[in-house]
Design a protein around this ligand. Structure first.
Ligand code: ATP
Ligand code: MG
Length: 395
């Protein structure tokens, strides 16, 4: 059992990200049994997870307590010198102080939101957990499709904890000189371990790209080994966040080094509506207009919603009387990668098909009245058009 305790602990942590009575009850039972058999350290670590989960449920994002002590190490200041690549003199990392980090939480579905708050809570209380000998998670891998807000999320977590971010893009650490990449990784981690900070390894998959080059086999092995050793060296020294959108390319050994792994999905219709409302301000659109935009962007990312919002702002500033459907059609044609192909084809083909597709959508359930106003018709013109369309289909 104790041989596998780290797995039990990870399982409990994942289960408590979305706690329910049964989960809490079973983990408490396990804790009590461990205590009875004299495994005090393990029992305390489960107790700490239970406490962290309870307080995370009570917490609202704005009330997250900043941790003051967290980790040992020197403070980073604007004067701290950042290590550089010896061949090119390019800095190996960029520093973001808490003031440079995003205040606004990224928007996700409720269960992801909850899991993220539990990480923030655990990290904010890291010192208290260490005091009772519990081993809190110290590393987290964030993965998911491009533009879903992963980098934003990593920076926001750092903002909540109140530590500066040492941001390294793995691509930037790669050097064409043999051996230099490993040295860069080593120097980066030595730097991060010396200071109180969150080490953010963005675009982590860059290492995997190297692997496709058959001439680089030896070098890749060396780089992966250095990375593994460096990640081990960082354990209990500071928090590390890895970000990637090609998680399947990551070496399983690297994958295992991360205590927590969070997948960020593409936004659901509800989240897409929230994102659009947020990005579109100060423009004002009514609920059915926002729902219409969300429908058009179904399956796209938060970054796409931001892009569409900029597009709408430009269109409505240039011409106040623009029609939202027409603007959306232009967007679909000129941003073909951002709008689902089937929807795009119907949108540009004919308004009748477009309206029918919207009316038949079970998830969004548009009303005829709302579509009439979107397409600039009266409800009776719309129903006449639809019945004409039905008649022509019968012929
Ligand atoms: N869920 C979200 N909540 C708030 N903003 C979001 C969300 N998803 C994307 N964005 C916005 O989209 C832009 C891109 O986000 P970000 O760079 O964090 O994505 P990413 O997942 O790291 O993308 P990539 O994989 O391409 O690096 C940012 O301006 C970000 O604020
Ligand atoms: Mg990113």
């Amino acid at each position: 059992m104790l041989k596998y305790f780290s797995i039990v602990q990870a399982l409990s942590r994942s289960a408590l990200a979305m706690p329910n009575e049964a989960v809490t009850h079973q983990i408490r039972r396990l804790k009590e049994s461990l205590e009875k058999d004299g495994f005090t350290k393990e029992a305390k670590s489960l107790e700490a997870l239970l406490t962290a989960s309870e307080s995370s449920l009570e917490m609202s994002p704005s009330k997250i307590q900043r941790s003051f002590v967290v980790l040992k190490g020197e403070e980073i200041t604007p004067k701290t010198s950042i290590p550089v690549d010896k061949e090119t003199s390019t800095p190996l990392a960029e520093i973001f102080f808490p003031d440079d980090l995003p205040e606004k939480a990224p928007m996700f579905d409720g269960n992801i939101q909850l899991a993220i708050h539990s990480i923030v809570n655990e990290w904010s209380k890291f010192d208290q957990l260490l005091e009772i000998n519990a081993t809190p998670a110290s590393s987290c891998l964030i993965y998911g499709a491009p533009g879903t807000g992963k980098t934003h999320l990593a920076k926001w977590i750092a903002k909540q904890i109140g530590l500066p971010v040492v941001l390294a893009r793995l691509e930037g650490l790669m050097s064409s000189y043999l051996g230099t990449t490993s040295r860069n990784i080593g120097n980066l981690f030595t730097f991060a371990n010396r200071y109180k900070c969150i080490l953010l390894l963005d675009e982590f998959d860059a290492i995997a790209k190297l692997r496709n080059d058959p001439q680089e086999v030896g070098e890749v092995k060396r780089v992966v080994n250095t990375l593994l050793q460096s990640l081990d060296s960082r354990h209990e020294k500071g928090f590390t966040i890895g970000v990637t959108n090609h998680e399947s390319l990551l070496d399983p050994a690297i994958w295992r080094r991360f205590d927590i792994q969070v997948e960020i999905p593409k936004p659901s219709p509800e989240v897409m509506i929230q994102l659009l409302k947020n990005f579109i301000t100060p423009l004002e659109f009514n609920e059915s207009e926002i729902k219409f935009l969300a429908w058009c962007l179904d399956g796209s990312s938060g970054a796409d919603a931001e892009m569409l919002s900029k597009w709408l702002k430009r269109a409505f500033v240039l011409e106040r009387e623009s029609n939202i459907v027409e603007v959306m059609k232009q967007f679909a044609v000129l941003n073909s990668g951002r709008v689902d192909t089937k929807k795009r084809n119907v949108m540009v083909h004919s308004d009748e098909d477009f309206i029918n597709m919207l009316l038949n959508d079970k998830v969004y359930s548009f009303k005829q009245k709302d579509l009439a106003s979107l397409f600039g018709m009266t409800p009776s013109t719309l129903s006449k058009q639809l019945s004409k369309f039905k008649d022509s289909e019968k012929i």
